[in-house]
Design a protein around this ligand. Structure first.
Ligand SMILES: Cc1cc2nc3c(=O)[nH]c(=O)nc-3n(C[C@H](O)[C@H](O)[C@H](O)COP(=O)(O)OP(=O)(O)OC[C@H]3O[C@@H](n4cnc5c(N)ncnc54)[C@H](O)[C@@H]3O)c2cc1C
Length: 355
């Protein structure tokens, strides 16, 4: 058994880059084909593996590989890979979430061109409280379309001008934050790519990020667990799972999950043939996150009154403790990574061709 998180990732690395399955060979990855990667993810999803934060490995690293300088790749990729440097994603702002290009955090180039001075605010920044660095979309120009004039900067969180304020969410947890920048000096070598091209760099990855949020394998396992939980609750001569009203919900979810797996495979076939995930990734995000929420609802229903104790000592069946927190915390899945209503717009316009 793996006693340490590090042991696990080292064992994966020893297999030839399995700790970074999405990275190409030149950066130490295994160069999996899309199909191999799918199978790898599927099998990993079945194991109780330690989590790997997505911000560095999954989000920033591909941007650095595609658009960063050699110096930036050499400086940042090793810490991302071994998990010694935590990153957070500074995109959203008050007034710039779904309409991200509306962002206002200002980065002004100094007269001698050696650094930017950053002022503004980010919001909903996941795990900013443990991050060493933040990758940020900032505004360097207001001329032209709002997607232009956006610049991608890397900012250390220990700069005295960076302030993190916690946001406690509905489920009672502290995972998101506000991040304020006051006259933060960012050296020019921390700019990724060209000034004003940040939108292009960030946007290319959003479809991949969305597909990843579907979490199908987790839901398959979560639904099986919810069924086992329901079998622990006696109802009359049987269990909650025997009750037709409950069983129907489980059946509908199983059918929808299966349909989603096939949608994911269609996306995979497109990527395997050398294409992009395409707008169908919006279906994966939309349905995948709705299903995740409905599984938390099943657990809440099964836990019944035993889900009510909040922060108190657990009683009732073991799964009941935390069922309410999971249910409430899970409301966020249909918001982050692109809200459901926006995914529906994407599907209507780009998949169904409605205008
Ligand atoms: C738990 C959590 C973690 C997050 N982590 C991060 C992070 O680490 N980094 C980061 O940068 N951001 C993060 N976010 C922010 C997230 O990406 C935004 O919340 C999301 O994009 C929605 O933006 P918004 O909150 O500004 O809502 P808004 O965009 O203001 O939307 C409000 C409502 O209006 C609807 N709406 C908006 N536009 C349209 C439209 N065109 N058509 C129909 N309906 C529309 C939305 O669907 C929503 O219901 C996180 C959010 C949450 C909840």
């Amino acid at each position: 058994m793996w006693t340490q998180r590090g042991d696990w990732f080292k064992a994966l690395a020893d297999q030839g880059g399995w700790d970074i399955p999405k990275w190409p060979k030149e950066f130490g990855g295994p160069d999996f084909t899309p199909t191999q990667r799918y199978i790898f993810d599927l099998e990993m999803g079945k194991q109780p593996t330690p989590p790997q934060l997505p911000f560095g490995v999954g989000m920033l690293a591909p941007i650095l590989m595609n658009y960063g300088s050699k110096a930036q790749q050499d400086r940042f990729l090793p810490g991302i890979r071994d998990g010694s440097v935590n990153w957070c994603q500074g995109y959203s702002e008050p007034g710039a979430g779904s309409d991200l290009a509306n962002l206002k955090t200002k980065a002004e180039l100094s007269a001698d061109g050696s650094h930017y001075v950053v002022n503004g605010q980010k919001i909903w920044t996941t795990l900013a409280q443990i991050a060493h660095w933040i990758f940020c979309l900032t505004r360097t120009s207001s001329d032209g379309a709002k997607q232009e004039g956006i610049t991608f900067l890397l900012i250390p969180m220990d700069d005295p001008g960076v302030e993190v304020r916690p946001i406690i969410t509905l489920g009672g947890s502290h995972s998101v934050n506000e991040v304020y920048f006051t006259d933060v000096k960012v050296p020019i070598e921390n700019r990724v790519g060209e000034e004003g091209k940040g939108w292009t760099y960030a946007k290319g990855l959003l479809a991949h990020e969305r597909s990843g949020l579907a979490g199908i394998q987790n839901s398959v396992m979560g639904l099986e667990k919810a069924k086992r939980n329901a079998q622990k609750i006696r109802v009359g001569a049987g269990t909650l799972l025997d009750l037709s009203s409950f069983k129907n919900k489980v059946g509908v979810l199983e059918a929808e999950l299966l349909a989603l797996e096939f949608t994911e495979m269609r996306t995979l076939a497109r990527v395997a043939a050398g294409g992009d995930p395409g707008p169908e990734s919006a279906i994966l995000k939309l349905k995948g996150t709705e299903i995740q929420q409905r599984i938390t609802e099943l657990n809440l229903e099964a836990a019944g009154v035993f889900a009510a104790p909040w922060g108190a000592e657990a009683f009732g069946p073991d799964f009941a403790h935390g069922a309410a927190q999971s249910y409430l915390g899970g409301r966020a899945t249909t918001i982050y990574g692109g809200a459901s209503e926006v995914q529906k717009d994407v599907i209507a316009k780009n998949v169904l061709g409605l205008s």
